[in-house]
Design a protein around this ligand. Structure first.
Ligand SMILES: Nc1ncnc2c1ncn2[C@@H]1O[C@H](COP(=O)(O)OP(=O)(O)OP(=O)(O)O)[C@@H](O)[C@H]1O
Ligand SMILES: [Mg+2]
Length: 350
């Protein structure tokens, strides 16, 4: 068997990339994944062909530098303008001039969206159990500190105050972890997106986002969507909160945009294709996602803030996945946009 037969028969979508980051060749499995011929993608930049929001140039130079393969798990790859798949990507160096990129669609992903991966799920399960177990001794510690405090001079109570306030902070964090595990499956209803989005906007305006300018750009002609209103509200609030937290005290701006885009179609294993034409975008003019965590922001406990628990976006991801909806991020300094794509409500039978 010669190499070219092997390349043609190899069932994993594979891309051969030159030193400048352009596609040299793709195998038939890659052609069928992308629905494009080798001819049409040859010479194009790798990032345009494998649309995964990855900095391929940076990854390639890292590979050349470290001489190590890179594996990236749970990444969403836009297959064409309308379809996206959850994939694992492996990048290996062939020689000084060529890099091999393998894109492995994950068969067991099932539920579309930026899913919370199974490792993350078991991490959450563990954290939930721990949360439960830690709360009891913590209550004991707080109680003991409060008892001690009664016999101490005002000067010394500083330390017991610290114990109590820090313990309270841990309890709050644990509550959030427990709450995370308790999110039930959504109860879907036909709702007007704007009813929910605008309630979230008003709540943000008088609370955590009072220091920023909130701009509404709604398309009032949008048809109803099909979501769990409370959970969807929680998603919007979390995104607004993150945006507000990323913005400075002056000149901060959050744009809330709703619009219709025929585009996105989500393909899921064994299920019908879902059409997600209703778009909600939360766009801020802050610094964008910190580069070191940008790829993992949907994982639990990943935070770029000093006091962040890193559960906000993990919760968003869980809810979006449970809705079979879709969330994407387009982040750069000066513009950080989270886009949620939602279905239209089914026509009522009466
Ligand atoms: N709009 C944004 N602009 C810049 N960075 C953001 C934005 N949204 C999220 N991030 C980054 O992503 C991280 C993860 O967000 P996430 O909501 O999951 O956790 P958190 O806000 O740190 O904590 P929590 O929401 O649990 O209080 C944030 O800490 C922040 O660094
Ligand atoms: Mg948050």
């Amino acid at each position: 068997m010669n190499i070219s037969n092997l390349w043609n028969a190899y069932p994993v979508p594979s891309f051969l990339i030159d030193r400048g980051g352009c596609v040299l060749s793709i195998n038939p499995a890659a052609e069928s994944l992308l629905n494009s011929s080798q001819k049409s993608v040859k010479g194009k930049s790798c990032g345009d062909v494998i649309q995964a929001g990855l900095d391929f140039a940076g990854l390639f130079s890292r590979i050349h530098h470290d001489q190590n393969d890179i594996n990236i798990n749970d990444i969403t790859v836009a297959i064409d303008q309308k379809t996206a798949l959850m994939c694992n990507i492996q990048i290996a160096m062939m020689d000084q001039e060529q890099v091999l990129v393998l894109v492995l669609p994950r068969k067991n992903i099932g539920r579309g969206g930026m899913a919370v991966g199974s490792a993350a799920k078991s991490a959450i399960g563990m954290a939930e159990m721990l949360a439960h177990e830690i709360k009891n001794p913590l209550a004991g510690i707080t109680g003991a500190a409060q008892l001690l405090e009664m016999n101490l001079s005002a000067q010394d109570t500083e330390m017991t105050d610290l114990i109590v306030s820090e313990a309270k902070r841990i309890v709050k964090l644990l509550d959030q972890v427990e709450q995370f595990g308790n999110v039930s499956l959504p109860t879907l209803k036909s709702v007007n997106i704007h009813d929910i989005v605008d309630r979230a906007r008003m709540s943000a305006a008088v609370g955590f986002a009072s220091h920023v300018t909130l701009i509404e750009e709604y398309d009032p002609s949008l048809p109803d969507t099909y979501v769990d209103p409370d959970q969807f509200m929680q998603v919007i609030l979390n995104l607004l909160k993150n945006a507000a937290e990323a913005l400075p005290d002056t000149h901060g701006e959050i744009r809330i945009r709703t619009f219709y885009e025929q585009g996105l179609r989500l393909r899921r294993d064994g299920q019908q294709t879902a059409f997600l034409p209703l778009q909600v975008e939360i766009i801020d003019n802050g610094p964008g996602l910190p580069a070191d965590i940008a790829r993992n922001v949907f994982d639990p406990f990943v935070s770029g803030r000093e006091n962040g628990t890193g559960l906000g976006l993990a919760l968003v991801s869980k809810i979006i996945t449970d809705h079979n909806a879709w969330i994407t991020i387009d982040s750069q300094p000066g513009r950080c946009a989270f886009r949620i794509s939602l279905p239209i409500a089914p026509k009522s039978k009466d």
